[in-house]
Write a protein that binds this ligand. Structure first.
Ligand code: EPU
Length: 414
């Protein structure tokens, strides 16, 4: 088990580049199950979750070749069968293998996909969508068996929005010759990026508001595709700039973090932006904010924890409302240990009173985003912080310590 040791506070300066989006890359690797040829993905981050997904598909006969951030994928010869249950259980995102494997082989069985500690994370909306299309789903204690013969319906309407649920149907539908419509779909940039990938491969996909229409084909073409920049990394680094320095964040799409930039403006945080960069300064004073997470284009739940750190430095009382997950305020306990003034009102809401000078502490990284959050808190804290369970951060951020060291951070992996 590794840990990070950080000595703060550090005034950070310089340029940091955003890598490719984890939550887009994982879906395109899954989409490659549908493609009879070699796929070349560019801008693929080298992170634990992707390494695990590759392992799952290698165990089924897939071939991968990585050269830096370029990944060549050949899944022509994968065998019908089930993905390794232990690996599926260890990673929530593996649920997106379901749609492509089911489409290609007509049947698949998976255990309940695991994940982090941010909520119960059921997959009932995925199950309902597949059942609606005519897929037989047999559930046992910790296992789901899917069998597909023919489509009985051409429309899925999600009762509530789900990102991976939408992606599963999009992936499945891209292999069907009959048209399928998804209503009340997620339209996160990663969903749109996946749709672009599938379109380039030959699927016909149209997106209007929250309705996605897909007419797929069995012979999707091998393609080369560059994955979008990770908007959560972009936002996290932007927040870091506002907290501790003058940072230029590059290789991002500012439109993807518009909801964050809107909050920055209200909080008096100055920034400049270009087509693919953001320059951000630490302001003398930060105004408090009222943050409510929502589906895209609303404020992303994955940026709510790093935003919590910024609110500890705002003058006055800020409020956070987490409306997507039921257990995503756990990181606030870590911030409290570092001296933040936090009042948890209920499992979805908290108040943060600032500004407070944070101090170092020994803390556990709960989930991926909470871990990155404590890391940026440590960079502005007085003294030494130890963050245990560093591997959780490696799930989604490549070589984070090296990239932060280049900005002047005193951080070490032990
Ligand atoms: N939900 C259900 N039933 C379902 C599906 C979802 O109750 O069948 C609930 C979830 O428990 C959650 C809410 O609906 O409370 C939204 O879940 P959604 O399905 O949209 O989330 P997801 O697809 O599991 C993806 C990202 C998450 C990101 C969310 C929201 C991937 C692999 N994961 O999760 O990313 O927070 O969308 O934008 O794409 C992360 O990267 O750290 C991360 C957690």
């Amino acid at each position: 088990m590794a840990k990070f040791e950080i000595w703060g506070p550090n005034k950070l300066k310089g340029e940091i580049t955003v890598f490719g989006a984890k939550n887009a890359a994982m879906k395109m690797i899954a989409a490659s199950v549908l493609i009879q040829g070699e796929v070349t993905l560019e801008n693929v981050p080298d992170i634990l979750d992707i390494q695990k997904e590759i392992k799952i598909l290698e165990k089924m006969g897939g071939k991968f070749q990585r050269n830096g951030h370029t990944l060549k994928i050949d899944l022509r010869k994968i065998r019908p069968g089930n993905p390794d249950p232990d690996l599926v259980r260890s990673m929530r995102a593996s649920v997106v293998l379901l749609g492509p494997l089911l489409a290609r082989f007509g049947k698949v069985s998976i255990p309940h996909p695991g994940g982090c500690l941010i909520g119960k994370r059921p997959i009932d909306r995925h199950l309902q969508a597949f059942k609606d299309l005519g897929i037989k789903v047999t559930e046992s204690e910790d296992n789901y068996q899917f069998n597909f013969e023919r489509l009985v319906k051409d429309e899925v309407k999600f009762s509530k929005i789900t990102v991976t649920g939408t992606e599963n149907v999009l992936l499945f539908g891209s292999f069907q010759e009959k048209q399928i419509t998804i209503k009340n779909a997620a339209i996160e940039p990663e969903v749109i990026d996946l749709a672009e990938f599938l379109k380039k491969s030959g699927a016909q996909i149209e997106i209007n508001d929250r309705t996605i229409t897909i007419r797929g084909r069995r012979n999707l073409k091998p393609i080369e595709y560059r994955i979008m920049p990770d908007r959560i990394e972009a936002g996290t680094f932007g927040i870091l700039g506002a907290l501790s320095g003058n940072l230029k964040v590059t290789n991002l799409n500012p439109a993807h973090i518009e909801s964050l930039l809107k909050e920055f403006k209200k909080m008096g945080i100055r920034f400049e932006k270009g087509k693919d960069w953001l320059y951000i300064e630490k302001p003398a004073k930060i105004s408090p904010a009222d943050i409510r997470t929502a589906e895209y284009p609303g404020f992303p739940t994955d940026l709510q924890p790093p935003m919590g750190v910024l609110l500890t430095q705002a003058e006055g009382i800020s409020r956070i409302t987490e409306s997507i997950f039921e257990n995503r305020l756990g990181y606030l306990k870590g911030l409290e240990k570092m001296g933040a003034k936090i009042k948890i009102l209920n499992p979805h809401q908290a108040e943060i009173t600032g500004p407070t000078t944070l101090h170092g502490a020994k803390i556990e990284s709960l989930d991926l985003r909470a871990g990155a959050t404590l890391l940026i808190a440590a960079l502005i804290s007085q003294g030494k912080t130890e963050i245990f369970n560093a591997e959780v951060i490696d799930r989604g951020y490549e070589k984070i310590e090296e990239r932060l060291q280049k900005l002047g951070a005193k951080i070490k992996r032990v």
